[in-house]
Ligand binder design. Structure first.
Ligand SMILES: [Zn+2]
Length: 641
């Protein structure tokens, strides 16, 4: 069976390879997929049982009362994301127990679904508000969106079953209720739109696309009340095709932009696609953190103004990282431009990988780039507040991020390679086996072997080819100046921020090698990002680095260090192999008690101490050594300081 991944546009510059065409085999992402299957998914089930969210649905299915329902109004969506993750994972691994979990839950959902297709544990029963009486905050359509994405995953990875039937009944109900002859309304949280387009792609039923387009076009026309955070919180201040930049609640804005790309691609609406491309460009240029994180403000979980990117106040929700990957991936498929895949890589390696604890049992909801004080360990058996920073928590009162990570990791093979008219493209540089049929009808196979991101060599060996010519392309990240491509015994320079390509009549055993310069490098922020002016960060390959207080020599204060950029950053000689550390030279101002008034007529005196090395670790690996203060951007020491 052909196992198509989460996004399958009917037209565009690239075709995404399916989950049956790409298998992650070894390395950074294969390890995380294994951990997702073995640790994260069972962890999510345990906590959702404990929180009562799974029982909510069982009780509804058994015809029980609403009285004991637990959790927030959108708790059903967590069941659906958990099911989506299991559906992809069952398809990937073929594990019968994982598949059985989805089958059993399909039956539970079928029992809980009303005769007309309505399904929600928070509305409509005696003692609850009536259906669709709180579209701004009730999240009913948002929950359907996640149900539909789970149904699409099951349909593609397995075939029709109860979950797929429940999904289609719910989607038909939405079309009847909110279609041209129904209510002119939208949901406070976008998500249904992109889900309906994907269900259209999976089933061919045009009404789902029509409904998605209606929802996208209705947004920005003032259908929702303004609320405490303004209309932009709901992505409802301005129609999506008129917007110039992403604004308001980051996850909402990114899901809506993803849907706009989907609708534009399926309806041939190039003006709508162009609008999102321009929004993305300005958002990347002025409203995105070095990690790929998005959302500068805790209030409204929102994008800030241009260049408003405080490292300590950053929200950078893990879900916004997931949503940003979804948007950039859609833009890559539509346009074929490498810059979108670059952002996918940056966000995956820093936000997504960092959202998960080393042991797989903890999650970050927010991902700031500075932790001023060492956080306290969360209560091991209690739900944590979502914006608690410092250490990862096992679960949150709003726990959207863990299941969002789980479904992303389970389907990551679908973000690894694409096909175009001339051949095959490697987008995500990670150990993989790939077999596909090219547009020309030729079967090809290859093996990607690499220790990336720790080492920069990516070796691709052809395992299946019939001797006809085709083009093999490997993405060379934008930071990789000095990269080379070796094929057929010849080495050429490869251009950073594009694809290194070789077209030939490949034979099994042929090799192509790309060498990327992953040596640590300085990164300086645009001075308009005033919160980090005068600072420097370290990157190494796609990884952003940070300095934690737990790694500092005794008596050295993280806030009093300045980095000597005249001495280049270096790979640490002794280091954990899985988290290559980087040493930089720093000068520490001696610690002193705060002055009575921390402002003065004279500039503070610079430190006279000799530089000494401090050790940085990858940002994603922070907070795995206990409570720690942490910084990504460190003040730069200048010679005359
Ligand atoms: Zn979240």
């Amino acid at each position: 069976m052909k196992m198509i991944g989460p996004t399958n546009p009917s037209r565009g510059a690239r075709r995404p390879l399916g989950l049956d065409e790409v298998r992650l085999t070894t390395g950074f992402w294969a390890d995380r997929q294994q951990q997702n299957a073995q640790v994260v998914l069972p962890h999510c089930i345990t906590w959702m049982e404990r929180a009562g969210w799974l029982d909510n649905m069982r009780v509804l299915g058994a015809g029980g009362p609403a009285a004991g329902r637990r959790g927030r109004e959108f708790a059903d969506s967590e069941i659906y994301k958990l099911l989506e993750a299991h559906a992809w994972e069952a398809g990937r691994s073929g594990d019968p127990a994982t598949s059985q979990f989805v089958t059993a839950w399909g039956a539970t959902l079928a029992a809980a679904q009303a005769g007309d297709g309505y399904l929600n544990t928070n509305f409509g029963r005696p003692g609850q508000a009536a259906r669709y009486t709180d579209l701004a905050w009730g999240h009913e359509l948002y929950c359907y969106g996640h149900l539909i994405q789970a149904g699409v995953a099951r349909l593609r990875a397995h075939g029709t079953d109860d979950l797929v039937s429940v999904t289609c009944r719910a989607a038909d109900h939405i079309c009847a209720e909110f279609g041209p002859a129904g209510r002119t309304a939208i949901c406070g949280h976008p998500e249904i739109e992109t889900a309906l387009v994907e269900l259209y792609r999976a089933t061919g039923q045009e009404r789902y696309l029509t409904q998605a387009r209606l929802f996208v076009e209705r947004r920005g026309t003032g259908l929702l009340p303004p609320g405490p955070f303004g209309r932009e919180y709901f992505s409802d201040r301005i129609p999506v095709r008129q917007a110039r930049v992403l604004e308001g609640h980051a996850v909402r804005a990114l899901y809506l932009a993803s849907a706009a790309v989907d609708v534009a691609v399926e309806t041939g609406d190039d003006a709508l696609l162009d609008a999102v491309v321009h929004q993305w460009q300005r958002t990347i240029a002025t409203r995105t953190y070095l990690t790929g994180g998005m959302g500068s403000r805790h209030e409204g979980e929102a994008f800030g103004d241009d260049f408003e990117l405080p490292p300590d106040g950053a929200y950078c929700e893990t879900c916004a990282g997931v949503a940003s990957v979804q948007l950039a991936w859609r833009l890559l498929l539509a346009t074929g431009e490498a810059r979108y895949a670059d952002l996918v890589e940056r966000t995956l390696h820093n936000v997504i990988a960092g959202g998960l604890a080393a042991d797989g049992h903890g999650f970050f909801y927010t991902n700031p780039l500075q932790q001023r004080v060492a956080g306290a360990a969360p209560e091991p058996d209690a739900l944590s507040p979502r914006a608690a920073t410092g250490l990862r928590a096992p679960w949150f009162e709003v726990s959207c991020c863990p299941t969002n990570l789980a479904r992303t990791l389970a389907s990551l093979a679908g973000y690894t390679a694409t096909a175009d008219a001339g051949g095959l493209r490697i987008e995500l540089l990670t150990g993989a086996e790939i077999h596909t049929t090219l547009a020309s009808g030729r079967r090809v196979g290859l093996r990607v072997a690499t220790d990336y991101p720790w080492h920069g060599r990516v070796r691709i060996q052809i395992t299946d080819a019939d001797g006809a010519p085709w083009r093999l392309s490997i993405r060379v990240p934008g930071w990789a100046r000095g990269a080379t491509l070796t094929a057929g015994g010849q080495t050429h320079a490869a251009v950073a921020g594009s694809y290194a390509q070789a077209e030939r009549a490949w034979r099994p055993g042929d090799e192509l090698v790309v060498d990327l310069p992953v040596a640590p490098r300085w990164t300086f922020p645009d001075p308009r990002i005033d919160a980090v002016r005068g600072t420097v960060a370290v990157e190494r390959g796609p990884l952003v680095y940070c300095l934690e207080s737990v790694g500092l020599p005794g008596g050295v204060d993280l806030d009093q260090l300045a980095i000597v950029t005249a001495t280049p950053p270096r790979d640490a000689v002794t280091s954990e192999p899985e988290t290559q550390a980087v040493d930089v030279a720093a000068i520490a101002t001696p610690s002193s008690a705060p002055a009575a008034w921390p402002y003065a007529a004279d500039r503070p005196a610079g430190a006279a101490a000799a530089p000494h090395p401090v050790r940085l670790i990858p940002f994603y690996a922070r907070a795995n050594r206990g409570p720690a203060a942490m910084r990504v951007f460190l003040p730069e020491h200048r010679a005359n300081d």
